[in-house]
Ligand binder design. Structure first.
Ligand code: SAM
Length: 398
């Protein structure tokens, strides 16, 4: 069997040091052997991390309502495309589609949901039941679409884009490269390999001596592709990242819910960097995507009606353990030091004068829940048993 670490070492032996971004690209996406291309399950209780759609289906229900609202705002078009990029194991797609069946009929009829991921070839798509209309799956690295009217949506996609790591040294920027010392993978500094003046986003000045700056050219390419693909509509990006204060040195490697060195078990553990939302906003602006808002996940979900869904689930009088599991998983989505601190950025392409306030739904959702027009979605076997993971004595039957 081919060994990715051996392939990378061979590349270093032949070519010399490579920028960290290239190492990250190989570790995550080397055909058939990278973390996301080898066909292994990566998320969930027994994976390396879990994401919001796996924590509780209310996350997807709230996004379904947000999409319905977007459809209404742009004039209820006959076809409304939702492209979910980096759909991974498909939980969000599955739950948004299932919840959409309870929403306005015109929206259900208009919805065309396209899930893309570059690694569908490796992961067995059939397993996530990706083949029921209106769902299409497209294995693709970019966004091979045009004339979309709707929303391009991603959850934890941009943090998986490779980053260049730059260090301020002696009044100039140097770049971190990966090289070989004997048989070990080590870091060395070299000349900057990317045109940084265009990519620094909001961070135009030299950072303090010794600090590390990460830049992600793929974010800029992504924004340009999204703007090209959209005729009219929204780009909804959810991820962990920073906006007010630039963060440094955020590259992290995860295995089984703990951090590890990026140079261990290459291709077997996740490698990720926090998203620079300032760069996302600036990159979008330059290609005609107007930023409507950037908030953290907690207020975003609250404005969509998370609190009303919690109350509605509480009114169902579920058995105690099931009640607790649902309430705690819903709280987890808004936990200030956890998923609740993620960034949610909404950008818009088109001629209408929207603001983030137009997208809020709390009042409306409360009324629809009270009138019995919306069901409160509950945890199923497909979601991560968060509560049981932390409190095994609370395990309960679905
Ligand atoms: C951190 S996972 C998130 C998966 C899923 N969105 C979720 O929330 O559970 C990132 C996913 O993005 C995919 N990916 C990375 N770069 C991509 C690209 N340029 N185009 C499409 N998918 C990409 C990876 O294969 C992986 O499945």
């Amino acid at each position: 069997m081919e060994d990715l670490e051996g392939i990378i070492k061979n590349t270093l032996f032949v070519e010399g040091p490579i920028p960290f971004a290239r190492f990250m690209e190989m570790a995550l996406y080397y055909p058939g052997l990278g973390y996301y291309t080898s066909g292994q399950r990566r998320t969930g209780a027994y994976g390396d991390y879990y994401t919001s759609p796996q924590a509780h289906p209310v996350f997807s229900a709230l996004l379904a309502l947000q999409l319905e609202r977007m459809w209404q705002l742009i004039g209820r078009p006959k076809t409304f495309h939702v492209v979910e990029a980096g759909a991974g194991e498909g939980q969000l797609a599955q739950d948004i589609l299932s919840y959409s069946r309870r929403l306005e009929e015109g929206f259900q009829e208009a919805l065309v949901y396209i899930a893309t991921d570059l690694s569908f070839g490796g992961t067995r798509v059939g397993e996530v039941r990706f083949d029921t209309p209106p769902l299409l799956t497209v294995a693709s690295r970019g966004l091979p679409f045009h004339n979309l009217r709707g929303c391009i949506l991603s959850n934890e996609l941009l943090d998986a884009f490779p980053v260049h790591r730059l260090v301020a040294k002696g009044g100039a920027l140097k770049e971190i490269y990966v090289t070989l010392a004997g048989n070990a993978l080590v870091e060395v500094l070299g000349e900057v390999s990317v045109p940084i003046s265009d990519l620094l986003g909001v961070q135009m000045s030299l950072p303090p001596e010794g600090s590390t700056l990460e830049i992600c050219p793929q974010v800029w390419e992504w924004m340009a592709e999204a703007a090209r693909a959209l005729m009219e509509g929204f780009l909804l990006t959810i991820d962990y990242g920073y906006w007010d204060t630039p963060k440094e040195g955020t590259v992290t490697s995860y295995r089984r819910h703990s951090t590890a060195s990026p140079y261990e078990r290459v291709g077997q553990q996740d490698l990720t960097a926090h998203v620079d939302f300032g760069a996302v906003m600036e990159a979008g602006r330059r290609v005609g995507l107007t930023p409507l808002g950037l908030v953290s996940q907690r207020p975003f979900l609250m404005d969509l009606g998370l609190g009303a869904f919690k109350e509605a689930a509480a009114r169902l009088r579920l058995p105690q353990r099931q009640h607790q599991a649902n309430q705690m998983a819903m709280l987890d989505l808004a936990r200030p030091e956890g998923l609740g601190s993620f960034g949610v950025m909404i950008q818009y392409k088109g001629g209408l004068p929207f603001s983030m306030g137009d997208l809020a739904l709390e009042r409306q959702v409360k009324d629809r829940l009270a009138a019995g027009d919306l069901p409160a979605p509950l945890l199923s076997r497909e979601h991560i048993p968060l509560v049981e993971g932390r409190y095994p004595h609370l395990a309960w039957e679905y």
